[in-house]
Write a protein of this length. Structure first.
Length: 358
């Protein structure tokens, strides 16, 4: 109750900074109610239509959770859109759309996404995105197959328990992934490039975990495609669900690399753990930016009883309206403004080791 009291008092003192704000996230992640109700493992509308239905291949929630967790841990501010937003809202305000297995998609939504990328937007999508219509009826081909630059055989591979992916072309999206063989997604849709460039290929299934070094299969895992003025990155497996289940560092980094490539974030952090969340909002038509840094760093138990203080967290913010006039803090902590440069980047340090930790 003391924590609640302290937080409510803090909100009361700073209420003017929490009202009349708008999100400045440049990345939007789509949660699909259509997929959750007509496609996901719990749904009954498509029972028995394809392989893997009894083994979790269609879990919409775990796919969404794994992808968003990777982005939040990568300090990437996000908004969440739904199916109606895809059909009605202005998508051009976002630099990137993330489609975590948005399997059920109307023709209207698919057309708007295609127009968005053709005009310069970018998309990162996974698994069976756009394979079914809004009623859960399977299409002959992905509605966004031309956007992704792939064709599908319709087959679902998996479950993969000890199988791999291998790099077949260099790319910044694969930066920092130094292993020769990367852990594969548990399930994947069999696709072939059709104008896109394959970066990762699934390997042949192993008979056992010590079966030897596998050769490449014919199935692409990660492809990049130019479409009009924009770019689409498509991962053919249930990447989010695999992350949610196994937490492999390489897969977390793959998601972060892909989205950062499509939409370089406005906020940069140094010396900050993955347990810090970044939320960026603005007021007065962008004249004031409000940056929330949420420290969830605690002991390895839930609920968190003790938050571990952080020191020397360096923050840089790309400022869209010229040089910022001032940087200030809501709460008592040390603040050192290191650089306010003409290149519209404000750089400052929170919680110097010489003062009280933030």
């Amino acid at each position: 109750m003391k924590a609640l009291q302290s937080m409510n008092q803090f909100l009361a003192r700073n209420v003017r900074y929490f009202r009349n704000t708008r999100s400045e996230a440049e990345v939007a992640v789509v949660w699909s109610d259509l997929a959750a109700s007509s496609y996901s493992t719990e749904a009954e509308l498509m029972e028995g239509q394809r392989a893997g239905k009894d083994s979790g291949a269609r879990n919409t929630e775990t796919e969404f959770t794994g992808i968003t967790d990777a982005l939040i841990r990568g300090h990437i501010p996000i908004d969440v859109l739904d199916d109606v937003s895809l059909e009605r809202e202005d998508l051009s305000r976002y630099h990137a759309l993330v489609l975590p297995n948005v399997a059920c998609m109307s023709g209207v939504a698919a057309g708007r996404i295609r127009d968005y990328v053709r005009s310069g937007g970018t998309v990162f999508a996974t698994f069976e995105t756009s394979r079914y219509d809004e009623y859960g009826i399977e299409r002959r081909e992905l509605a966004l197959s031309d956007l992704f630059g792939v064709t599908s055989t319709g087959a679902i591979g998996g479950p993969k328990r000890w199988d791999y992916m291998k790099e077949v072309a260099p790319s910044p999206i694969l930066a920092g992934l130094h292993r020769a063989f990367l852990p594969a997604a548990i399930f994947h849709l069999s696709v072939r490039p059709a104008g896109s460039r394959a970066l990762l290929q699934f390997t042949q299934p192993l008979a056992g975990r010590y079966d030897g070094i596998p050769g490449l299969s014919g199935d692409s895992a990660l492809v990049v495609n130019r479409f009009g003025k924009g770019t689409a990155i498509y991962f053919a497996g249930d990447l989010g669900a695999t992350i949610n289940g196994w937490r492999q560092n390489e897969l977390l980094q793959l998601v972060q690399n892909a989205v950062r490539t499509l939409a370089p974030p406005a906020v940069g952090l140094e010396n900050a753990p993955a347990s810090m969340e970044v939320v960026l909002r603005s007021q007065a038509n962008g004249k004031r930016y409000v940056l929330h840094l949420l420290n969830y760093t605690g002991e390895m138990t839930r609920p968190i009883r003790h938050v571990i203080p952080l020191t020397n967290v360096r923050v840089s913010l790309a400022w869209p309206r010229g040089t910022p006039k001032a940087v200030s803090l809501f709460r008592s902590a040390s603040l050192t403004v290191e650089r306010t440069a003409p290149d519209r980047v404000a750089s400052f340090c929170l919680g110097s080791t010489n003062t009280k930790p933030w």
